[in-house]
Design a protein around this ligand. Structure first.
Ligand SMILES: [Fe+2]
Ligand SMILES: [Fe+2]
Length: 304
């Protein structure tokens, strides 16, 4: 039996209450069911679980931490910020992305479109009035098209995984932190102090984040003049920034706007994480709704 509380989760950032039921489920007080285990039978984001994917995930982070330097990020932002590769709609991008599976993620082995719609639909159920948040759920991972040949077929370590600021010290809360020792910035005094090239409260907008699908999709949305609220853009850019939203690291770089938007990111994150399970979504059934949201917040064709 599952205990479900009907009251909607309408207050941002408040403590989630979890009730244990006698099945393998936890329930949030918004009625959103949080499974205790992922599709592989392990707890979510368990990087030590003795799974077949453990080695792949660790090797992934070794490469990621070695190569994501300040210079690398600057180069990638300049290159991909040109948005001169493809013109397509948001929905076309969803379909393109459907060809990939995310190697860095210990929780899923299913096509991305399922994850996008599972996330969006779970949010929609608990926050029926926040249509921008439903759309944010749908599009938050679209930057993963960087894996596609049309986008230079970037290696996984340059597209997915947890993100972190570059240009200042790598916080200990970063998963597999030891591999940063081989990053060229690790011993560079310009980049390895608490603030590095930044200053207290400078705002995350002014911070370079490790390059990947989050920052890329943020650039795409912003440059194509989305009308999504700033919280939507914040979620897109920082949804993989686990050191911040899970561990509370790097808060000394945040400004007041960031602190407000972080509340929404906390709301979003539990859906991003826990909707990765074997719940199927009828794509054709929900498609008209999401097309209407795309039309509301984006131009018909976007530059990528
Ligand atoms: Fe993501
Ligand atoms: Fe995601």
């Amino acid at each position: 039996m599952t205990i479900v509380i009907e009251q909607p989760l309408n207050e941002v950032g408040r403590e989630e209450k979890r009730l244990v039921s006698d099945s393998h489920e936890l329930v949030l007080d918004g009625g959103f069911v949080v499974p205790e285990i992922n599709s592989f039978g392990h707890t979510f984001r368990d990087y030590d679980a003795d799974s077949e994917r453990k080695k792949t995930v660790e090797e992934f982070y070794r490469n990621n931490h070695i190569h994501q330097s300040y210079e690398f990020v600057k180069k990638m932002r300049e290159e991909y910020g040109k948005l001169n590769r493809v013109e397509m709609s948001i929905w076309e991008c969803c379909e393109l992305l459907n060809e990939f599976v995310d190697e860095s993620d210990p929780d899923i082995d299913e096509p991305q479109i399922e994850h996008l719609l599972q996330t969006a639909e779970a949010i929609r159920k608990d926050y029926p009035d926040e249509d921008w948040l439903h759309l944010t759920g749908l599009i938050h991972d679209l930057g993963k098209v960087l894996l596609h040949p049309k986008f230079g077929q970037l290696p996984q370590w340059a597209v997915v995984g947890d993100t972190f600021p570059v240009g200042c010290a790598f916080d200990k809360s970063n998963v597999h932190h030891k591999y940063f020792e081989e990053n060229p910035d690790f011993c560079n005094p310009k980049y390895n102090s608490k603030f590095g090239v930044y200053s207290e409260g400078c705002g995350l907008d002014n911070v370079l984040m490790s390059w990947g699908h989050d920052d890329y999709m943020y650039l795409v949305a912003k440059e194509n003049k989305t009308t999504l609220p700033s919280a939507g853009l914040f979620i897109i850019r920082y949804h993989s920034f686990y050191p911040l939203h899970k561990h509370g690291a790097y808060t000394h770089l945040m400004n007041e706007d960031d602190k407000e938007n972080l509340k929404w990111l906390h709301v979003f994150n539990k859906y991003d994480l826990y909707s990765k399970s074997k719940v199927r979504v009828d794509v054709e059934k929900v498609k008209p709704y999401y097309l209407s949201l795309i039309e509301k917040y984006f131009p018909a064709k976007l530059k990528w």
